[in-house]
Ligand binder design. Sequence first.
Ligand code: SF4
Ligand code: SF4
Length: 404
Amino acid sequence: MALRFSCNTKISPQHHARVNSRSKNCLQTVKSLVNSIRLPHISSTPLESLQQGNWVKLICGASFEDVVDIKNLSLVYTLAGVDCIDCAADASVVSAVNEGIEAARDIKDLRRPWLMISVNDDKDLHFRKAEFDPEECPENCSRPCEVVCPANAISFEGKTSHMTGVITERCYGCGRCFPVCPYDKIREVAYVRDAITTADLMKRDDVDAIEIHTSGRQTTLFKELWDALGDSVRHVRLIAVSLPNGGDSTLSSMNEMFSIMKPRLQSFNLWQLDGRPMSGDIGRGATRESIAFAVQLATAKDRPPGFLQLAGGTNAHTINGLEKEGLFQTTSITNHSYDATSTNSSNALIAGVAYGGYARKIVGRVLRSLQSQHGGTACIEDHPAYLLQALKEALALVGTVKLV
Ligand code: SF4
Ligand code: SF4
């Protein structure tokens, strides 16, 4: 096997040669360190994980495009045993994810997680960026925007006339900076991913799945996107639809979308239940809405075919919440608070969990420390102590699903 243990992301050829040589020297050190901790024994394919109810997806963020972080996150979470890595539908981001996956597989002989790209059919919280001109900011502003940003996407470094403001590739559109600006300087810039570019990405061998974010309120735009993707949908193994809880109309929307997809649906399909979008890093309270959404769908008798997976508010408390509802790795609901419901399928009622903001936050702390010591393009595999620390953080989360 060719040695791929090197970091190419945004690095000059000279730097790359230095890193490559250093990487070869520390590969054995990294392998030994990684072998010294308990990693989940992953023998199941991603599809089997979905069927068994222990599927874990890392969400890099539909709008997050910092390729250095994305490569490092993908490396760490591949080692931790995730089944899928979900990222922006952008060629350079896809390459960064693949680079991280392959660097992890050079360290340990692991099966490859699926790579999923995320797109939207209309305006969506996940597909927007914040924007402001730092030169318009009053000098005496205490900069609450910088403090509240969970992605370190706001910076005032540089000379006064060249201050950065929002670092576009790091902003993932969480919206927390908008209400805190006392001078109303921050604007929202929404966008929709281009269907033609997306269709081309789906034909790549290293892209396994697509996720369509939709409001579920009306299906016209969903159908337009589905039609525009054409035959590319036949090239992937999994089609996911991510939707918020629309209350009573959720099931009818899902059934309508399924009937739109059905004629060209040759792969497996999944419903991502986006409980409270982009809130998993806020705390325990955020978990409740995603669990409530899971209960609502798992107990519905007329839902369309497809795996059910939680997102939006997911964090280290999520599996505990599912267990309390009798919904973790089970094919039927036995909790006394519901009518006994069983399906004719041997698949788990809830296929698994996707972790976004919380997953990025716990490993991001290590990445920020790494970068402050070794520069913004530092590759985590070149710094074994940081890699070990990041891996332990990732395992504390992924292990709630995989180490049971
Ligand atoms: S707070 Fe959220 S929306 Fe604002 S810059 Fe940071 S990531 Fe972007
Ligand atoms: S809070 Fe508003 S005015 Fe203050 S620095 Fe941030 S964007 Fe500028």
